[in-house]
Design a protein around this ligand. Structure first.
Ligand SMILES: [Cu+2]
Length: 204
């Protein structure tokens, strides 16, 4: 029978279940349940399903909060786009914006300190993927996700968007720094325009 044609018997749901059909329903059900219970399992024993809080927020309100943190704690800028590198106090709330096609700003965190990482999108769905940790967080417009994180290893991490978000998706990459206590700060680099911070669009 083709699905284009109407069923030959109108009351099809009273017909006995075919063995093959029943088997496939059972397989699908068992697999669904396996996947369902993997979620709490990964939460407890893995790193991918983090505890989170989520709040409704507008893009404007979220970008304002992020801007405030950037204005206070920028230590340098990076790349020709002058993306601010922000070093907020240990244990504080830190903010990152996801948007087409950029992460903003770059965070510099201290090893061994717990931070409340806030993530929100200005436009579409993005996803915060921290490499090489393989930590994945969905970033949703209209919501502010808050995750308590404690970096355990110093170094330079990559932040990659792993939710396909359009033509520039592959360029939506950034960094996140974790430094030992007392290190980092206004180290290297390109920008050297401290005290003259630009807003998120790169304007003054
Ligand atoms: Cu993206």
């Amino acid at each position: 029978m083709s699905s284009i044609l109407p069923p030959s018997t109108r009351v099809w749901w009273n017909q006995p279940l075919d063995r093959v059909e029943g088997t496939w329903i059972a397989i699908a059900l068992i697999w669904c349940l396996a996947m369902f219970f993997m979620m709490p399992y990964w939460h407890i024993f893995g790193k991918q399903n983090l505890s989170n809080e989520a709040y409704r927020i507008t893009a404007e309100a979220y970008s304002k909060k992020t801007q405030e943190m950037v204005d206070k704690f920028t230590v340098r800028t990076e790349t020709e786009l002058k993306v601010p590198v922000v070093r907020p106090p240990a244990g504080s709330d830190v903010y990152m914006i996801a948007r087409l096609w950029q992460w903003w700003p770059i965070l510099e965190l201290e090893k061994g300190q717990a931070y409340r990482l806030h993530l929100s999108s200005m436009d579409y769905m993005h996803s915060f993927s921290l490499q090489p940790e393989n930590l994945n967080i969905q970033v949703v417009p209209g919501y502010e996700g808050v995750y308590t994180i404690t970096p355990t290893r110093a170094g330079k991490y990559s932040v990659v968007c792993n939710e396909f978000c359009g033509i520039g998706h592959h360029t939506m990459v950034s960094n996140l720094y974790v430094v030992e206590k007392g290190q980092g700060g206004a180290g290297d680099d390109s920008g050297k325009d401290n005290g003259e911070h630009k807003n998120e669009r790169g304007e003054k």
